[in-house]
Ligand binder design. Sequence first.
Ligand SMILES: [Fe+2]
Ligand SMILES: [Fe+2]
Length: 287
Amino acid sequence: MSSTLRHRRGPLPANPEHDTSGPISQSTRRAAARTATDLSPFSLLSHPLLRRLNVEAPGTYHHSLTVAILAEAAAESIGANLLLARIGAYFHDIGKLRRPEYFAENKGPHGSRRADLPLAESIRIITAHVKDGCEIARRADLPRPLLEIIEQHHGTALLELFYERKKRPGNDRLLAEQDFRYPGPRPRTREAAVVLLADTVEAASRTLSEPSAPRLRALVRRLLRKRQLDGQLAESHLTPSQLTNAQNAMARALIALFHDRATDPGTKTRPGTGNTAPAAATQPEDP
Ligand SMILES: [Fe+2]
Ligand SMILES: [Fe+2]
């Protein structure tokens, strides 16, 4: 995986409709209203791509619905386009339709298909779901704002668990840190940023063994800070106070999602998802 390849693929050109850095003009308001109108047909879970996701990648489907709840709450707390954030979350992982069995949330009792693959091949398959998602979105004529969220939903984040595995004997020590990162680009809108953050939070929350409210709050705080320090929010127009608002809103929504489980210490299963929580809290490599 070379940097040449990453650059050749290139990001989508910037969309002026999503420039939230300056004062809100009449044309921006009109564009936002138009975006909201144009997006409404995609807000239904009966969209063919989402139906496919439900059948062919059920773990990814449930993950996406939860990400949508978190992203919508965060978007609302910062005055961003919450419909765009919610629908963007529905579609963010449609690239996993190409190889659903290689992703942890869809693995059956025998584990993930990529378990025996060389490290570099695993990374290639995982990171490819972003590019695959963009291709699927283009073919399905999804609106450009959704395409941008799909493209930016991992930014240039590091595949941390794989990076750790690099240190094990037998793995390719010649791989550089850059080879363990998603190709980007980083989120360029607040809506894409909240989807990236919600995606990270949802995936990590699945691994929390005792999801009490303080632990969930701490998890959200830690992950958002980590993404910020890694530079993933640098182009998103999120201000520090908006990040705090998004953090609080996301934590509240996550605690509500875990309500049943948090009040019933006997169960380790997330309500509505069927996902069983392992003993330790870790950051999954492919949220
Ligand atoms: Fe993803
Ligand atoms: Fe995801």
